[in-house]
Design a protein around this ligand. Structure first.
Ligand SMILES: *Cc1c(COP(=O)(O)O)cnc(C)c1O
Length: 812
């Protein structure tokens, strides 16, 4: 492992050091939640749109970190602090300087799409010939690139790094860090995206990565402006690799091309256009590297799709399964363990591993590192499958329970499902270990309908809203009604990990479930009633007090329990006329609370009735004015500070002046902009999908479903889908009102919706078969549209998906 002293680093980043200059540094970290070797870590307090790393310096210190790079003065006992003007620039300078120590070839990849796939494929195609260091996952940003390049070490013989940019000016910085000797441009996407005004501007900016490259590889048209040495490919003009024909077959594609007076044939195991383009880019690189066509063909046969998703599935015996059985290297293990830790609330941590293969590391060193990771993430049960792992790992890990098997077959034969109960199981193995067979033992059989939840989209949406907030404004994430139907504890875990301040639920039992699943940030309960007081107090939930009667009864309960200063929230009625103290009551309530100390006010809030509606803006402002009035009355009597909040998702965008101390974010988290103006780039979180159970050909004059409501006036093809009103697909969608997507095309509901089934008219859609996928809502059929079909709002459609429908979580 590389190591520099703080004195060296201080000089490189042009900073000033207070502390011990002889201290050796091996790791660079910026996320206080992900610190592995605190003694030799250097913490960079980075300032991003969403967070200020200086706020996390203390947390890192508590975890044992003693060396910091900061741009604001901090005071920490016995810490080594390098003060710089800008911490990100310092990180980038340090990485660039580190890069300068190496003279191996480095492939730099950029483009609008395909960067990660091309990087992963090149790694697979070249790993027999080189000791490769590459970017983890898609670490290609201004922060990700320096951290990737920092991994370069003496034993490596090839670097492969990707670079992604979102605005002009960024590539030059990445170029200085990666210093590619070989450039690869994957493609240039649509104009006007990614903060560029034209495709030309975007192309020019991307090409800046290759300023010092010895050769640049890419599509001829995209490289036309370059005067450096090129290796081009093209379907329609002269190029180094001139593509003559692309023939798609059932499961493979054959590409014919001319190269240096030779005629070459390449068969690849893909048929989609993106994979074909990415394969051609890799082909060019391999030819440039001098590989024989025969070898190239052999290695290309073994390529597989790059699946960057981590999937979380409900499995047998109340277990959760993370299936990551396509790679076995420490970088991806760490990412998977992070996800495991994030989702493991209340579950025992189990990891099943195959032998690992990682170039450039001695076996002993490799397994020591793996053991270190397993220890750090407090894995309780480890199952090693493979000769090496079985002998190398046991000595080094703390896991209470270690089992080993020589082969995957052995494990399969001895598998007893009763050995697993309430565990979160990470399955992590090399492709050749065939762990997908283990995954199928764990999987619960689902009925054809599932609600897929993209947890990464939740984080993305949260960030989109965070960008709109002042740094001091807190977020309460509303997760009532199973997080708007998307599943309570899993979503709550992600939100907790993303540092939201509070969670909000409607009823006490929803909060209890989150606490039992291990959520430990404060949870506000909007509807508390006497029968739930005991559960509230036992689980340390924080009720909303909205009436004098509730104040009286909850207060009495707290005193009777001998408690004091119990945290509560006050709701003020300002115009919604749902729950809350009226303005005329506030003074009395304030005096009472000031005189009695058994309750402690955490926050005071009100709810807006029409924040998404421009026609009600005056009313919204009136509500806000009433709220401010109530707050000032409270502040006359209550002398300690409390948070004030009134904004929901729509108000965060439409009434930024109302963000106050905190906002309550609901529907937006789940990817829906309530005012439908699409000013944020939200990602849909939920996809409701089902499958075709049967196809029927019926004749003109026949009818479909109950009471013969679906009469057909032509010969028709009918698909019966495994979803009905018991799953939450309302009867209101019957008789042509609702549509679902079959093979990507809209198919109307025919006849009445049944309890467990719905029939679709697929006469006009070619090739529909039994077992085909059907989308009820998702990215291509937005919930908003589905809601419109029956004259309701997305909130109702999302929360109606019944608990019978399995939720399947993934992280993309
Ligand atoms: C549900 C709810 C919210 C969230 O509203 P969205 O429109 O989903 O953002 C905020 N505050 C209260 C009191 C709520 O009940």
């Amino acid at each position: 492992m590389s190591s520099y002293t703080l004195a060296q680093i201080t000089k490189v980043v042009n900073g000033s050091l207070s502390g011990n200059g002889n201290m050796g540094i091996a790791q660079l970290v910026y996320d206080s939640r992900r610190i592995q070797h605190p003694q030799t870590a250097l913490f960079f307090a980075l300032q991003t749109a969403n967070a200020d790393g200086h706020d996390y310096v203390n947390e890192a210190y508590k975890k044992g970190v003693r060396s910091f790079v900061v741009s604001k003065n901090i005071s920490l006992k016995e810490a080594n602090v390098i003060l710089v003007g800008d911490t990100l620039t310092a990180l980038q300078k340090l990485a660039a300087w580190h890069r300068g120590h190496f003279h191996m070839p480095v492939i730099g990849i950029t483009g609008s799409n395909g960067k990660t796939v091309v990087k992963e494929w090149l790694n697979a195609l070249l790993e027999d010939d080189y000791q490769i260091v590459r970017s983890p996952k898609s670490f290609n940003s201004q922060i990700g690139v320096p951290l990737s390049v920092w991994q370069m070490e003496a034993q490596h013989t090839l670097g492969i790094f990707e670079a992604g940019i979102s605005q002009p000016g960024e590539m030059q910085k990445l170029e200085r860090i990666i210093q590619p000797t070989v450039g690869v441009l994957t493609n240039i996407g649509e104009a006007h995206s990614e903060g560029f005004t034209s495709t030309e501007e975007k192309r020019t900016e991307k090409l800046r990565l290759f300023t010092q490259a010895d050769v640049v590889i890419g599509e001829a048209g995209n490289l036309a402006s370059l005067s450096t040495k090129k290796f081009t490919w093209s379907k329609n003009e002269e190029a180094t690799l001139r593509i003559r024909q692309i023939k798609k077959e059932r499961t493979s594609t054959v590409i014919e091309a001319d190269y240096k007076d030779e005629f070459l044939l390449l068969s690849i195991p893909f048929t989609d256009d993106a994979s074909i383009e990415n394969s051609i880019a890799c082909w060019c690189v391999l030819l440039q590297f001098g590989l024989k066509q025969e070898t190239i063909q052999e290695r290309m046969n073994a390529l597989h799709p790059v699946d960057m998703r981590l999937q979380l599935n409900h499995a047998i015996n109340d277990c959760l399964l993370i299936n990551d059985s396509y790679s076995a290297d420490t970088t991806s293990l760490r990412i998977a363990l992070d996800f495991l830790a994030q989702q493991s609330a209340g579950l025992k941590r189990t990891v099943i591993l195959s032998d690992f293969y990682e170039s450039g590391k001695r076996e002993e060193e490799l397994y020591a590192e793996i053991a270190q990771l397993l220890n750090q993430y407090k894995v309780e049960k480890v199952i090693g499958i493979g000769k090496e792992i079985a002998s190398q790992l046991p000595l080094k890990i703390d896991a209470v329970n270690f089992q080993s098997y020589t082969t995957t077959e052995d494990f399969l034969q001895q598998f007893k499902s009763s050995d697993f109960y309430k565990e979160i199981v990470l399955l992590k193995g090399a492709r050749k270990a065939g762990f997908e067979r283990i995954a199928s033992l764990f999987e619960e059989k689902l009925h054809g309908t599932v609600l897929q939840i993209n947890l990464a989209a939740v984080t993305h949406n949260l960030k989109e809203y965070q960008k709109r907030l002042k740094p001091s404004t807190k977020i309460m994430a509303m997760v009532k009604a199973f997080a708007y139907g998307s599943g309570g504890a899993e979503i709550a875990s992600v939100l907790q990990f993303s540092n939201v301040a509070f969670l909000g639920v409607a009823y006490a039992d929803e909060g209890v479930e989150l606490v039992q699943a291990g959520v430990n940030i404060p949870i506000m309960v909007m509807n508390a009633e006497p029968s739930s007081f005991a559960a509230i107090v036992e689980h340390e939930l924080q009720p909303v007090v909205y009436s004098k009667a509730l104040l009286q009864s909850f207060g009495a309960y707290i005193r009777q329990q001998g408690l004091s200063a119990y945290p509560v929230h006050l709701e003020i009625e300002t115009g919604m006329n749902r729950l809350g103290f009226s303005l005329s009551e506030v003074d009395e309530v304030a005096r009472h609370l000031a005189a009695n100390s058994y309750l402690s006010i955490q926050s005071v809030f009100s709810h807006l009735a029409g924040s998404e509606d421009p026609g009600e803006d005056a009313f919204t402002q009136q509500q806000a004015a009433r709220f401010h009035e109530a707050v000032s009355v409270l502040q006359q009597h209550i002398t300690y500070p409390f948070l004030k909040h009134i904004s929901n998702s729509a108000a965060m965008v439409r009434h930024p002046d109302l963000q106050l101390d905190m906002v309550r974010l609901g529907i937006g988290l789940y990817g829906i902009e309530p005012d439908a103006e699409d000013v944020l780039r939200l990602q849909p979180v939920a996809t409701l999908r089902s499958t075709v159970a049967q196809i029927k050909q019926i004749k003109k004059g026949e009818s479909v479903s109950y009471n013969r409501r679906g009469m057909v006036n032509r010969d028709s093809k009918i698909a019966t889908v495994r979803i009905g009103y018991a799953d939450g697909y309302s009867r209101r969608f019957g008789n042509g009102i609702g549509k679902m997507l079959v093979n990507g095309k809209p198919a109307p509901v025919i006849g009445t919706v049944c309890m467990d089934m719905t029939m679709l008219d697929v006469t006009d859609i070619d090739g529909v078969k039994e077992g085909d996928d059907v989308i009820v809502f998702g990215a291509d059929l937005p919930v908003q549209e589905v809601a419109k079909q029956v004259g309701t709002i997305p909130y109702e459609i999302m929360t109606s998906v019944s608990q019978r429908v399995k939720r399947v979580y993934y992280f993309e």
